[in-house]
Design a protein around this ligand. Structure first.
Ligand SMILES: [Zn+2]
Length: 87
């Protein structure tokens, strides 16, 4: 039996943001009351983590969101501001 190994991001969640606006790190637009993706970038040392969000327009399915977060394609020109961080 064979299968193609798919690397999965360990901290990728599907979210539904009801109250707070989340900024998509690809298109830069904020979304609320819409489904989206949340990714936690947890460093090996330290407690601080960075949160990234993707809207459903940029990542309509899990595979797209997973690929985007794994490749860490943050430095797109569409996103002039750095993503939210707890520091
Ligand atoms: Zn987007």
């Amino acid at each position: 039996m064979k299968r193609k190994h798919i690397r999965k991001h360990p901290n990728l969640y599907r979210i539904y943001s009801f109250f707070r606006w989340k900024r998509c790190c690809k298109c830069g637009q904020e979304f609320r009351r819409e489904r989206g993706w949340r990714c936690l970038d947890v460093p090996i040392r330290g407690h601080c983590y960075t949160e990234y969000y993707l809207c459903r327009t940029c990542a309509p399915d899990y595979e797209t969101a997973n690929k985007y977060f794994l490749n860490r394609d943050w430095s797109l020109p569409l996103n002039p501001e750095p993503p939210q961080s707890c520091s």
